[in-house]
Design a protein around this ligand. Structure first.
Ligand SMILES: NC(=O)c1ccc[n+]([C@@H]2O[C@H](COP(=O)([O-])OP(=O)(O)OC[C@H]3O[C@@H](n4cnc5c(N)ncnc54)[C@H](O)[C@@H]3O)[C@@H](O)[C@H]2O)c1
Ligand SMILES: [Zn+2]
Ligand SMILES: [Zn+2]
Length: 368
């Protein structure tokens, strides 16, 4: 079929919205008609050329929400009409990691996904016979996408997709960091560094887990206001005294749980230093620049602090994204404040501009 898509033609250049070809879903694959898609930093990072593993031409986008149009052979868990959220982090339910409750790092299609291919090593996207690669296995800056069944989460049919699509990446990453990676305990003290989509999700996750104190740290007053709306009990405008302030606020010990959601290694270090001696757990969700390292004084660890990393919040997507969407539908997660701008596919580059200007949390592309 022919459809419109935003193609990354050349790194560092605006995406070009154009007609491309999309082939039928093969075995184990599903054709999805996109209704909404968030614009995330990872899209912009790849478009800029800063990501050394990036490739072009490809169709970017990974925060999609849509409707199943057609299923290929052997697809058993989805049928046309199902409402789905796309996942760059699949869940095959069979691999060594999927059957283990300790991780969400599904191994089923990793290698081909990293190459921009569907699991059989080919692409469904093309233009005049030339292959176009699939970004993160999702390629949702497009009217339609063909994706593996194992990378689609079927959600509540009542959930509005302009909101639900945000569970495809940043929001679930933050929520999950608190709920599934750190498993925050009731009555505890938490500190979240960064109040973007991920950090705000972590604040909400700490609240859902029943934390007593949730301190959010950011440079922006506007974002700290949003953090209060998600359940932060205290906010702090980041400065050179951030760690000392947290220690002073916690009887000199530090917080039970800290979360880093900035992607800055200097802030990761602060998050480690602000974790409580004896049992404090620092969860790192931010993605640092290539080659950057995190300096940790071993004594911090010997004193009982622990550090965990979290990819997609440890969320097992097909099982747990629907649960998170249900909690949103039940009124437990306030998604509205994250949806800052609604744009069309043709305005996708404006989405990047807004992000660069730190204007709002998320721009969502709506397809009509
Ligand atoms: N682990 C994953 O699976 C995953 C998924 C999505 C995003 N991410 C990463 O998470 C990070 C956050 O993503 P986002 O979309 O929320 O980004 P964002 O840019 O919207 O938010 C980052 C926030 O950090 C704040 N900040 C900057 N310097 C700070 C400092 N010194 N102290 C405190 N706050 C500071 C900024 O003001 C901003 O509000 C990024 O690195 C992103 O790549 C990881
Ligand atoms: Zn993302
Ligand atoms: Zn798996």
């Amino acid at each position: 079929m022919r459809m419109r898509a935003a193609v990354l033609e050349e790194f560092g250049q605006p995406l070009v919205v154009q007609e491309v070809d999309l082939a039928e879903p093969k075995a184990g694959e599903v054709l999805v008609r996109l209704e909404a898609c968030g614009v995330c930093h990872t899209d912009m990072y790849t478009a800029s050329g800063a990501d050394p593993s990036g490739y072009a031409p490809c169709v970017l986008g990974h925060e999609g929400g849509g409707i199943v149009e057609k299923v290929g052979d052997d697809v058993t868990s989805l049928t046309p009409g199902d409402k789905v959220v796309t996942m760059f982090s699949p869940q095959c339910r069979e691999c060594v990691h999927c059957v283990d409750p300790r991780t969400n790092l599904c191994m089923a299609i990793r290698a081909e996904q990293n190459l921009g291919h569907l699991p059989d090593g080919t692409t469904r996207l093309s233009r005049n016979g030339e292959d176009i690669r699939h970004f993160m296995g999702t390629s949702t800056f497009a009217e339609y996408t063909v994706m593996p069944e194992i990378a689609l989460a079927r959600i509540n049919p009542e959930a509005p997709l302009d909101h639900a699509c945000l569970f495809a990446c940043g929001l679930s990453t933050g929520l999950g960091a608190a709920m599934y990676t750190a498993k925050v305990d009731e009555g505890t003290t938490c500190v979240v560094f960064g109040a973007g989509m991920v950090g705000l999700g972590a604040v909400a996750g700490c609240r859902l887990q029943g934390a007593e104190r949730i301190i959010c740290v950011d440079l922006s007053d506007d974002r700290l206001e949003l953090a209060k709306g998600q359940g932060a009990t205290e906010v702090y405008k980041a400065d050179e005294n951030t760690v000392q302030w947290i220690l002073d606020e916690t009887g000199g010990y530090g917080a039970d749980y800290t979360f880093e959601a900035t992607g800055l290694v200097s802030v990761m270090q602060q998050a480690v230093e602000s974790a409580r001696m004896a049992w404090g757990l620092c969860t790192v969700a931010g993605v640092a620049g290539k080659g950057e390292t995190l300096d940790v004084i071993p004594r911090w660890l010997i004193q009982g602090r622990r550090i965990a990393g979290s990819s997609f919040g440890g969320v097992k997507g097909r099982d747990q994204v629907p649960e998170l969407v249900d909690r949103y539908m039940a009124g437990e997660i306030d998604v509205d404040p994250f949806l800052s701008h609604r744009i069309s596919l043709d305005e996708v580059n404006k989405g990047f501009d807004l992000m660069e200007a730190h204007d709002g949390i998320r721009s969502v592309i709506e397809f009509n």
